[in-house]
Design a protein. Structure first.
Lengths: 100, 494
């Protein structure tokens, strides 16, 4: 499989990365080089093989279902959460207008 | 008096505990060395000399008060700028986090401070740990302290933990943290003649480490020798309820149990790693390594890891897929850079922010990952790669029925020059061909220095162990270290 300029433009849009026509033109051969190379995985017989889900077997855990179980995210840390926001206003994350 | 910057972790800790010198003197000596080297090597993104002195003063006060000292007491270290540090900028070497000051501390860094270590600064790296030469950092290349014999060309310190490898080999830090997703501890360690271990996936908490590919990312120590790595890994490892993949196991006493006597042990030599056109010096170092392990009492066994050639292509589907998902969080809303063009709406802001904040390699991997996860391609690429990953892991488990540890080269060549590989992403990816299989299988793996190549540059040997058997890896590494007699160090030109 290979990509063309329209496909690269589409995946850039899906990935929410603004790209110029020149950048797309440069990426098409780069991505096609990588895709042609990963194509060799198709040679491997994977019949009956389950895809890897956990590299080291581990038990999934549940935390206690109470407010504040995690002192870092459990509440009362609004100002810390907002401390790196580019536009933190009135205790909220500020964003450009989304409703016309 | 000995030059304190010539000392490693164990020697500093012992000297401080014995009162031969104070932790404050050690921190001062390394702070000076760091400041001196920074303009030439660019190993750090942020210097924190006061943090190093503050931690040292606390250790000196504890010693004066007769209190017990921690495993890393009095040892100043470099912290890869991928670990969140409270109140100290944490950038992942990206513009998108260029001004990010975490209000929290990563579990691994907190454990190191609790063990008495201090922070010299935040080390440079490939942007979001994506790279093998430290050339994708938004804050400039790291220059390796090593040079080819009779040549002043700038060499790569390896990547992504290139600031860590440069700092330890230049002796401006006795040890540093690294992270390894597909070789990012081992390859830079090999390039600079130092040791580094990636433990079993889940040994070190990922909490507070900027995520790249979560099923692969593991933190580990980089230091001058095997013992120093064992000490530091003990301080870094341990169960953390804040990381859902953290292993709930006690931390073994790796240092106390170090044993270079390999009688009764079997070492596997994977046939598939001996590739056509292999670098002659790398092949020679590998043969020497085999002889050294035999000399240590081990039995050498040829093994097959049949799917080795598919590890790298599988990795370059899985890692970008996870990265594209992980890096979706950089949206210009909650933290990090925001680029809001005049009159832009929310979607335009996302796209402009990410275009301005991510470097070229990061964008390339996000797009690759987005593509392989997109509707219609998911099974052909991602599911197929995860099935191949199962087979790669199974190859290792089959081999470990027979052998205790596997010996292979760390990287296919010694360090290359800056700029030699950047124009061809695929050639750069191939540098991780020997490192990636162990990452995909979550296995503990270590690089130790083996010798110098024909250009006078370090070569590393890699040891890969069973899950949870860091001890076996460290022991075999120690056996090689004892026989390689590697004392070469870069001549100081900075």
């Amino acid at each position: 499989m290979s990509v063309d300029t329209a496909t690269v433009a589409r995946i850039a849009s899906l990935a929410r990365i603004k790209v110029t026509d020149e950048e797309i033109a440069a990426m098409v051969p780069e991505l096609n080089g990588i895709l042609a190379w990963v194509e060799q995985l198709g040679e491997v017989n994977v019949e009956g093989i389950a895809p890897m889900t956990a590299v080291i077997p581990n038990q999934q855990r549940l935390r206690d279902d109470v407010v504040g179980a995690d002192p870092l995210t459990g509440g009362g840390v609004r100002d810390k959460v907002l401390s790196n926001a580019p536009a933190g206003e009135h205790g909220f994350f500020g964003v450009p207008k989304v409703i016309e | 008096m000995t030059d304190l910057t010539d000392l490693g972790v164990a020697a500093i800790r012992a000297g401080v505990a014995n009162g031969d010198f104070s932790a404050t003197e050690v921190a001062g000596a390394f702070n000076t060395a760091v400041a001196d080297a920074q303009p030439a090597l660019n190993a750090f993104i942020t210097l924190t000399p006061d943090k190093a002195l503050e931690a040292a003063a606390a250790v000196d006060a504890d010693r004066a008060a007769g209190k017990a000292l921690g495993k890393m007491a009095g040892v100043p270290i470099g912290m890869k700028d991928l670990f969140a540090t409270t109140g100290t900028k944490t950038t992942a070497a990206s513009q998108i986090l260029g001004n990010f000051v975490p209000p929290y501390e990563s579990t691994v860094s907190q454990k190191l401070w609790d063990a008495g270590a201090g922070m010299l600064g935040k080390l440079n790296l490939d942007q979001f740990a994506m790279g093998s030469s430290n050339e994708t950092s938004a804050f400039g290349n790291v220059i390796s302290p090593w040079r080819r014999e009779g040549d002043t060309a700038q060499l790569a310190p390896g990547g992504s933990s290139g600031g860590s490898s440069a700092a330890v080999s230049a002796r401006i830090a006795p040890a540093a943290t690294g992270t390894d997703t597909g070789g990012s501890i081992r390859q830079p360690a090999a390039f600079t003649g130092i040791s580094g271990i990636k433990p079993t996936y889940g040994r070190c908490s990922r909490w507070g480490i900027v995520a790249f590919a979560s099923s692969l990312d593991q933190a580990g120590p980089m230091a001058r020798d095997v013992r120093d790595c064992a000490i530091m890994l003990e301080a870094m490892a341990g169960f953390d309820p804040k990381d859902s993949t953290s292993l709930d196991l006690p931390v073994p006493e790796w240092e106390a149990n170090l044993n270079a006597d390999l009688r009764g042990k079997k070492v596997g030599i994977p046939r598939e790693y001996r590739m056509d056109g292999m670098d002659a010096d790398v092949a020679r170092a590998w043969d020497e390594g085999i002889a050294w392990l035999k000399d240590a009492g081990a039995e050498i066994v040829d093994i097959n890891l049949a799917h080795t050639k598919y590890a790298l292509p599988a990795y370059y589907i899985i890692a970008p897929a996870e990265a594209s998902s992980n890096l979706a969080r950089y949206d210009g809303v909650r933290y990090g850079l925001r680029d809001l063009p005049q009159g832009a709406g929310l979607q335009d802001m996302y796209a402009a922010t990410r275009a301005a904040g991510f470097g070229a390699e990061v964008k390339r991997r996000i797009l690759m990952g987005t593509y392989v996860l997109s509707a219609g391609f998911y099974d052909a690429y991602y599911t197929q790669a995860q099935k191949v990953r199962t087979l790669i892991s199974r190859d290792f488990m089959d081999a470990f029925q027979t052998v205790d540890v596997i010996l292979a080269p760390t990287a296919p060549t010694a360090a290359f020059g800056l700029g030699e590989m950047v124009s061809d992403p695929l050639a750069m990816y191939l540098n991780d061909v020997f490192a990636v299989p162990a990452s995909l299988a979550g296995l503990p793996a270590m690089s130790v220095p083996a010798g110098l190549d024909r250009q006078g540059l370090p070569l590393g040997l890699q040891l890969i162990g069973r899950p949870f058997d860091e001890q076996g890896v460290l022991d075999a590494g120690l056996a090689i270290e004892a026989r390689a007699g590697f004392t070469a160090r870069p001549a100081k030109w900075w």
